[in-house]
Write a protein that binds this ligand. Structure first.
Ligand SMILES: [Ca+2]
Length: 181
C-alpha cells in the first residue's frame, strides 16, 4: 500500500481523513507492511509504530493534546495463560460502554501492547469494569478513577494502580527535524 492513511473515528459510525492535520510525515507516500499500537513511555497516550519496507520504522508519537481521560488495564491470567489472552473486558462510564479483548498479533509481523486502553473522552469516573476470563469466570471492579494503569489479576481483582509518567522524554531534542523517516 503506497499511501499515508490517517483516519479518525468520529464515534458516530463515521470516519474522517485527517492525515493532513496530523503533520507532514503522514503526507509522505511510503510502502508499509505493519503497525503496532501501544503506549510508549507509559504517559497514557497511545502511540503507533509503523513497519516501513526498506526503511526505518515510523513512530507516530501521541502527546495527548486532546486532554481526554482514559484508563489502561493490564490483565494477569491464571495457570498457563499469564498474559490472559482471550480475556474480554467491558468498561462502563456514564453513557459509554466499551468492550475489548486481550489479543496478541494483529497487523502484519506486528504485535501491539497487550494492555487494554479505553478512551473515556470527558467522563471523570469509571462506573464498572467487568472482566470475562477465558474459563468463564466473571469479576467486577466498581468506581475507578480515570487516568491510571490498573493491573487486574485472576481471582484477586485490582492488585496495582499506577499513575502515568509525567516526565515523558522529548525525542525531538535529539531529532529536531521531527520523526525518523
Ligand atoms: Ca504514549
Amino acid at each position: 500500500m503506497l499511501e499515508r492513511p490517517g483516519i479518525r473515528n468520529n464515534g458516530d459510525g463515521t470516519f474522517a481523513e485527517v492525515a493532513a492535520e496530523a503533520g507532514a510525515p503522514l503526507m509522505v507516500p511510503r510502502v508499509s507492511r505493519g503497525a503496532a499500537f501501544g503506549d510508549l513511555f507509559n504517559d497514557g497516550h497511545i502511540d503507533v509504530v509503523i513497519n516501513n519496507l526498506d526503511g526505518k520504522p515510523t513512530i507516530l508519537r501521541n502527546d495527548g493534546g486532546d486532554h481526554n481521560n482514559w484508563i489502561t488495564l493490564k490483565m494477569v491470567g491464571a495457570g498457563k495463560n499469564p498474559d490472559a489472552l482471550g480475556t474480554r473486558v467491558k468498561v462502563a462510564a456514564g453513557d459509554m460502554v466499551e468492550w475489548d479483548e486481550v489479543r496478541s498479533g494483529g497487523s502484519y509481523l506486528s504485535s501491539s501492547d497487550l494492555r487494554l486502553h479505553f478512551g473515556l473522552a470527558r467522563r471523570t469516573r469509571v462506573d464498572l469494569i467487568e472482566v470475562h476470563w477465558p474459563d468463564g469466570k466473571v469479576e467486577t471492579v466498581k468506581d475507578v478513577l480515570p487516568n491510571h494503569f490498573l493491573t487486574i489479576q485472576y481471582g484477586k481483582g485490582v492488585v496495582e494502580t499506577v499513575p502515568p509518567r509525567s516526565n515523558t522524554p522529548d525525542m525531538r531534542k535529539k531529532n529536531p527535524e521531527g520523526p525518523a523517516r
